[in-house]
Design a binder for this molecule. Structure first.
Ligand code: FES
Length: 197
């Protein structure tokens, strides 16, 4: 992970007691274990939290996983990406996520428990399309002001690298943050809040 100056000593590694947990590694898109279960077990597992191994998630990279039938983006943000978040605030509709869905324990600006690791539903808050991860700066199709973020190809909503929606977008709120916590430095559990750090 990038060094962002976050006080690592304050981090609490939380061990969750879960009855049915799916495991997903870096690069995985779906949850293969569900398909092999009985119908009743499958229904139970479909609502189960999902473990995600991020040990091989490179700085600046994103993976998509599935939880409860929803796509979840996990991004390992660089310190350079994080440093841009404050300067973008005047361009945002809801910079402190006062209107948007996120657990109370995530930081209001980075929208994460650990600054580098963004965990967010991969669903546009306009009409539900899947935004594209566009981390590059000033690409030709998004313009010179683009500092990296998420772009929805359906109607053009733009979100920053914390999933905060820009003014002028058809989407009204920031992208949603699901419940999650860190089991260890390299293992996430998506679908449970754990104990607030
Ligand atoms: S669904 Fe994303 S902008 Fe409309």
């Amino acid at each position: 992970m990038a060094d962002t100056g976050v006080d690592k000593k304050r981090r609490r590694f939380l061990i969750g007691a879960t009855s049915a947990v799916g495991a997903v590694g870096v690069g995985a898109i779906a949850i293969p274990f569900i398909g092999s279960l009985t119908p009743s077990a499958r229904a139970l597992a479909a609502g189960a939290p999902v473990e995600v191994d991020i040990s091989k998630l490179e700085s600046g990279a994103m993976i998509s996983i599935e939880w409860q039938g929803k796509v979840v983006f996990v991004v390992n943000r660089t310190s350079d990406m994080l440093s841009k978040l404050p300067s973008i605030v005047p361009q945002l509709k809801d910079p402190k996520s006062e209107l948007s869905l996120q657990p109370e324990y995530v930081d209001k600006e980075s929208r994460s428990r650990e600054a580098e690791i963004l965990v967010m539903l991969g669903k546009c808050t306009h009409l539900g399309c899947a935004p594209q991860y566009r981390p590059e700066v000033a690409p030709a199709d998004l313009g010179a002001d683009w500092q990296g973020g998420f772009y929805c190809p359906c109607h053009g909503s733009r979100f920053d690298l914390a999933g905060r929606v820009f003014k002028g977008a058809p989407a009204g709120t920031n992208m949603e943050i699901p419940p999650y916590y860190f089991i260890s430095d390299s293992l996430l559990l998506i679908g449970e809040n754990g104990v607030a750090a």
